[in-house]
Design a protein around this ligand. Structure first.
Ligand code: CA
Length: 231
């Protein structure tokens, strides 16, 4: 089996060196670039398994790079972790909005970095297809065909909006979604949504989950995430 290949796009030499060193030590193959434009060509050449993308880059910034990757068939599903400055929640929201899979705040520990890379690789690309797939997660069983949700074997009643929201979140454990993404992807297209405030729906779902309300985690300033048992 060949090593997992990571492309790191980062304009600060110290951080780039630190990331590269730690990834190599863990057995990853690494290629680097110090600008967005160079990064795109390195990605085209190296065909990586995952990209670590700094948000603030000279010229083409991280958001532009991510948009371009998502616009091209060959890199549409390429996992991207956005690297942002700590405390810049609005940057994270923008990054997730243009299709980044996850984010990590600077400064991060090598352990945190490796864990994040492994988690994103494990999760794989976003599953948009197959809305009829049964989802089983710990005590929770979601059966879209029968339109039924059971917790510890007990059936719970959800509104169509709540059902879609929980189904969507539970289908992507460990992935953080912004409120806008949840409205568009989980709630907006099929259900008749009376309240456009996603927090209201999340609150209702949590209440019904009772002791398992913690399955849906609030990510402060950003959105919501379904708990990933392994992460
Ligand atoms: Ca930078």
């Amino acid at each position: 089996m060949s090593a997992t290949k990571v492309v790191v796009i980062e304009d600060e030499p110290d951080i780039l060196e630190l990331i590269e060193y730690n990834l190599r030590r863990e057995g990853f193959e690494v290629a680097t670039a110090t600008s967005g434009r160079a990064g795109l060509s390195v990605i085209g050449r190296e065909k990586p398994d995952i990209v670590l993308l700094d948000l603030l880059l000279p010229g083409l910034d991280g958001l532009d790079v991510c948009r371009r990757l998502r616009a091209v068939e060959s890199t549409r599903d390429l996992p991207v972790i956005m690297v942002t400055a700590r405390g810049e929640e609005s940057d994270v929201v923008l990054g997730l909005g243009v299709g980044a899979d996850d984010y990590i705040h600077k400064p991060f520990s090598p352990r945190e970095l490796i864990a994040r890379v492994r988690a994103v690789l494990r999760r794989g690309p976003m599953r948009v297809g197959n809305p009829d797939r049964r989802v089983v997660h710990g005590p929770l069983v979601i059966d879209p065909v029968k339109h039924r949700i059971k917790v510890e074997g007990r059936r719970l009643e959800f509104t169509p909006t709540e059902f879609r929201l929980l189904q969507f979140l539970a289908s992507h454990p460990g992935r953080v979604f912004t409120r806008g993404q949840l409205l568009d992807r989980a709630v907006g297209d099929r259900a008749v949504v009376i309240d456009r405030n996603i927090d209201v729906h999340v609150r209702a779902v949590r209440k019904k989950l009772g002791p398992h309300r913690g399955l849906i985690r609030t990510v402060r300033g950003i959105g919501y995430c379904f708990r990933d048992e392994e992460g």
